[in-house]
Design a protein around this ligand. Structure first.
Ligand SMILES: Nc1nc2c(ncn2[C@@H]2O[C@H](COP(=O)(O)OP(=O)(O)OP(=O)(O)O)[C@@H](O)[C@H]2O)c(=O)[nH]1
Ligand SMILES: [Mg+2]
Length: 485
């Protein structure tokens, strides 16, 4: 007899209307629930609940094969059984339920996780039963927000959770994991403590100004601040590598229509991702793909050919191409080597900043040993000659890209690496305040003004780890999360 039938049979004899009494959490903290696995077809789905009523709510719709109530189960145990519709007693799904009691959990609260069959129906049915029993639907990132608010992780660690989920490369995952383990938090907290020590000295001087505390040690303070400033500077410097690792180098392929931009994207990806035709204006929208070039992740963006736009759709595509060009870390500026340059090429050259560009002459296969018809003398740097069609010259192009980005390879990923723009901006604010405070010591500024700068610097550092924070900031950060995390 199939397992589901046995289960159905078995549970039909259990007292009808299981869990008919709706359990409403009496405590102030609401119990929240969400589907934690992506919706769609899959072998297993997980519906997750956290909060003081989590175990009770699950007990109202779950019956274990052994007849054990989850309320009586030990923490960190898994129970096999089934979820039932409490009103009708009908079987919803065969499940495994994990019971984890706070504070030894992700949120530090009681957590119940139901492993049911994948696919949308079973998961949504179980979630709706939990909501009927009194759970509230979790907002994006609310589980992690609780982990933060209940002191299990700090804000920088909470943000690394979203980064682990969205990691596109092995290096990105490695750095995000290090951040979850506290690599950034430890460094930032240590710097903040050092600043607080300097600040305590300055404030003591303000408080005891009338009591002649002796000559304050300005030289020592200045030296300490300069050390702190240098350490913050190192963190800021790591942000470029951090962004490369976590998001990839933003690389736009630009050129007039038909020069082979989409063909180049496809060749680098080694698959037919973008449509290629001989009709100019084929690509209308930007297309983004991640590729790995010599271990460096690139976010490659194919764009619409740049020319005075035809219809409205092409016009929007061209606007997007211009935006991609402006925002790119690296621009692959493409020309058709088989044709003489024209006004579109010349206009393009004026809008591409040479310090962010690699110039490429495509369609080398059509030259058959002859020099390119395109006048290379117009280009600010020596171009790479390639054929997107035959892949000739692609190895040289990849080496040039790797060399351009990080001098050829990723540096060893040791020590703290800043990957969040929010952290970088806060560090820059902190560095500016520390620098002004150090300058204050140098020119003999009053201790009140120096203390103000130091307060501002510790505030900026505290924003990174959440030791100082605003409720609005939390809303912005956790909105980035997926529901169920
Ligand atoms: N012989 C030759 N043909 C190429 C090469 N690269 C692209 N082509 C051809 O050039 C035409 C245009 O290629 P696409 O890759 O669509 O060019 P594009 O720059 O993306 O064009 P738009 O999307 O219209 O801006 C197609 O017929 C390609 O097969 C090449 O290296 N050699
Ligand atoms: Mg194209």
């Amino acid at each position: 007899m199939p397992l589901m039938v046995i289960l159905n049979h078995l549970f039909c004899f259990l007292p009808a209307m299981v869990g008919a009494a709706i359990i409403r959490p009496m405590q102030e903290i609401p119990t929240i629930a969400a589907i934690s696995t992506p919706l769609g077809t899959g072998a297993i789905g997980i519906v997750r609940m956290t909060g003081p009523a989590a175990v009770g709510i699950c007990d109202a719709v779950f019956r274990s094969v052994k007849g054990l109530r989850l309320a009586d189960a030990d923490s960190h145990t898994i129970h096999y059984g089934a979820v039932f519709e409490p009103d009708s007693g009908s079987l919803v799904d065969e499940v495994l339920v994990s019971v984890m009691r706070g504070p030894g959990t992700y949120t530090r609260e009681d957590i119940v996780e139901v492993n049911c069959h994948g696919g949308t129906v079973a998961q949504q049915k179980i979630l709706s039963l939990f909501l009927k029993q009194g759970a509230a639907l979790a907002s994006p990132g609310e589980f992690t927000r609780r982990a933060f608010l209940n002191g299990r992780i700090d804000l920088a660690q909470a943000e690394s959770v979203a980064q682990i989920i969205s990691a596109k490369t092995e290096a990105g995952l490695k750095v995000a994991m290090a951040q979850l383990e506290g690599s950034i938090s430890r460094e930032v907290k240590a710097l903040r403590q050092s600043l607080l020590r300097v600040m305590a000295g300055v404030e003591a001087e303000i408080d005891f100004a009338d009591e002649d505390p002796g000559e304050p040690d300005f030289a020592v303070n200045k030296e300490q601040l300069e050390e702190i400033e240098a350490s913050i500077g190192e963190l800021i410097d790591s942000a470029f590598v951090g962004r490369v690792i976590s998001q990839g180098v933003r690389t736009a392929i630009v050129g007039k229509p038909n020069v082979g931009k989409s063909s180049l994207l496809n060749s680098l990806l080694m698959r037919e991702r973008a449509i290629v035709t001989e009709t100019p204006g084929t690509t209308r929208d930007t297309i983004e793909e991640i590729i790995n070039v010599c271990g460096i992740p690139l976010r490659l963006i194919d764009t619409a050919g740049l020319r005075p736009a035809g219809d409205e759709v092409e016009q929007i595509g061209i606007e997007r191409a211009h935006r991609a060009l402006e925002e790119a870390d690296l621009i692959l500026c493409l020309f058709d080597g088989s044709l003489r340059e024209d006004d579109h090429d010349r206009t393009l050259l004026t809008s591409v900043p040479a310090d962010r560009a690699i110039y490429i002459i495509n369609k080398s296969d059509m030259l058959r040993g002859r020099p390119a018809a395109f006048n290379q003398g117009l280009l600010p740097a020596r171009p790479v000659l390639i054929s997107a069609l035959t892949r000739q010259g692609l190895t040289e192009l990849k080496e040039k890209i790797a060399d351009f980005v990080l001098g050829g390879s990723l540096p060893p990923l040791e020590g703290p690496i800043v990957t969040h723009e929010r952290h970088k901006l806060a560090l820059e604010r902190a560095a500016a305040s520390v620098s002004r405070a150090a300058q204050g010591f140098r020119v003999g500024l009053g201790p009140e003004l120096i203390a103000e700068e130091l307060r501002s610097a510790t505030g900026s550092l505290g924003e990174i780890t959440g030791e100082e924070m605003l409720e609005d900031l939390l809303d912005v950060i956790f909105q980035e999360f997926c529901i169920g995390k």
